[in-house]
Ligand binder design. Structure first.
Ligand code: AMP
Length: 184
């Protein structure tokens, strides 16, 4: 597997746009639409992820709504794997299981279909994908949901880790973490 060097990382970082004070004052929003609309950068990223995971023992790739769908579904198709959406409450039509998690103010929730990881294996292995780790709350809840459903989350993969918030520490308590890029 080829590791990315600093110039590869700088190349990907340069394709992501910062939007100050979105969605509220004080937040610098990492806008990945500029990476997606740059065919070379998007394919470079997806080739790297495919190279990392193509020979791993993974039965399902689960993506967190909504940006985790973009990378997760593309990766699943690229390496011939299955894709499972982890959604916000009330969006999935069949019977679901859910996991609540705390936000700065209030709570949020993630859901999956009860049979999302049904297959011919006792304890299927799942790779979780999202675009970014901030506090780590969303991904930690998603890992817990996967494990609660009888599957095993073997790794959580992200494009960006905002390291100052130390969200990765929280996620590492429950699974292994890989982030392509790290930012203070
Ligand atoms: P958290 O649960 O705090 O780790 O937040 C992670 C989720 O919120 C991810 O799905 C991100 O897409 C989104 N998010 C949080 N902070 C940012 C940010 N600064 N820029 C873009 N997306 C963010």
């Amino acid at each position: 597997m080829k590791e990315l060097n600093q110039s590869d990382k700088d190349y990907l970082l340069d394709s992501i746009r910062d939007i100050k004070d979105f969605p509220k004052p004080g937040i610098v929003f990492k806008d990945i639409t500029t990476l997606l609309s740059d065919a070379k950068a998007y394919n470079f990223l997806m080739d790297h992820l495919a190279d990392r995971y193509k020979n791993e023992d993974i039965d399902f790739i689960a993506g967190i709504e909504a940006r985790g769908f973009i990378f997760g579904a593309a990766l699943a198709a690229k390496i011939g794997n299955s894709f499972v959406p982890i959604r916000k409450p009330g969006k999935l039509p069949y019977t679901t299981i859910s996991e609540k998690y705390s936000l700065e103010y209030g709570v949020d929730e993630v859901e999956i279909h009860i049979d999302a990881f049904k297959c011919n294996k006792e304890n299927p292995k799942v790779l979780l994908i999202d675009d970014l780790i901030a506090t780590g709350g969303t991904a930690t809840a998603a890992v817990s949901l996967i494990n609660k459903s009888g599957a095993e989350c073997v790794e959580a993969c992200f494009l960006l880790n905002l390291t100052l918030l130390q969200g990765d520490k929280e996620i590492r308590k429950t699974t292994s973490v890989y982030s392509v890029l790290e930012l203070d």
